[in-house]
Design a protein around this ligand. Sequence first.
Ligand code: AKG
Length: 261
Amino acid sequence: MAADITPRVFAQSIQQQGCVLLRGVIPQSDLVVFQARAREAYARRDAEFARGNMPEEFSRTMYRFGHVLGSELDAPGEQFAIVQQLVLKTKLIQLLFGFYGSAVGFILNNCLPRRQDPQQLKNPNVPYHQDAAFMGDTFFILNAWTPLMMCGDDAPGLEVLRNGTLTTLLHPPHWQNSDKTPYEQIAFEPDWVEQTYGLEKCWHPVMMPGDVLVFSNFTLHRTYHTSAMTEERISLELRCAALTPQLEQSGWGIMKVEAAV
Ligand SMILES: O=C(O)CCC(=O)C(=O)O
């Protein structure tokens, strides 16, 4: 969908399909800067990991899932530049205001870069899941997912289930089973997704830097990966919700946005 989409069409797409793809919303010049910063941040973390001095907690909860912190992409003196520059200075923020009909809170603890290597040596693909599984289903969260390089073709992309009727938390087969890995606990089998909703609803667009796929925390999604893929992909997951007292008190590091900058 073109970047001149209206807030009304944006909202309808989320309600009917659970997602909307915005083409070319983020300026290339900003993306070049963030791509370089992301590569540097991952190089620093890879070196730390190789030296064996990465903090255990960071390795266990972030690095092994492909993440570094959003703040690692800040230049000196900046604070959460990935949200400030790539969302607040683009049309995206107007669409989010229109959708929520209120001020918006960015969940900074979950505004994260993610790297996916096609061989899955550094981190595994993410299986089909709902973000709601780890964020609870009290909030209607939107994830503005944006790649810093072309993906879905030679590099792993993202697959979403186009189905806006999902507005609750489903229970995957191994939910909260501590004998299973974190991904097994949240995972839905691809066969189940295809049989339940239909293969034609599983969508994995080729995306360019500047494109943003926005989807809700109830939308089933996973890493899109084929054996022919050879390139690495780094993407940003930028999550937000309507700014309510409950969100502010959630402890998730909320950045309030009341008007576009
Ligand atoms: O980066 C990926 O492949 C998966 C991303 C994802 O699951 C998410 O943004 O919630």
